[in-house]
Ligand binder design. Structure first.
Ligand SMILES: [Zn+2]
Length: 111
């Protein structure tokens, strides 16, 4: 893992070790590190629309990774890209393309 990060990002082994630690996600219930389940999933962050009760509109689209606990199989989405790849009105176009290609979109709704 450390060697992969050194190669991928062109950073020192020490920086790769810090980056590796920063990317760790631990399942609190099982006390084990969660492992990648899917790399490069699409997450749509929504915002509630004022005046339209219960309606959430796409706001940001992100690439992120899905991790899974190897024991209890809980899933989390984390390791977001530095920037979203679509915003506001442009989200729907990308979401339609992803769905038409058979892809899945995960959501994070404002609450
Ligand atoms: Zn667990």
């Amino acid at each position: 893992m450390i060697a992969d990060l050194v190669k991928k990002y062109g950073i020192s082994p020490e920086d790769a070790e810090s980056l590796n630690a920063a990317m760790k996600v631990v399942c609190v219930n099982c006390a084990v590190e969660m492992k990648p389940s899917a790399v490069g999933v699409t997450l749509c962050e929504t915002r509630s629309m004022l005046g339209s009760r219960g309606y959430n509109a796409p706001y940001l689209l992100w690439n992120a990774d899905m991790l899974e606990c190897p024991k209890c199989l809980r899933l989390v989405i984390t390791r977001f890209a530095v920037k979203p790849f679509a915003r506001s009105a442009y989200c729907q176009i990308h979401m339609d393309e992803i769905k038409n290609a058979g892809g899945r979109i995960y959501y994070c709704n404002e609450h």
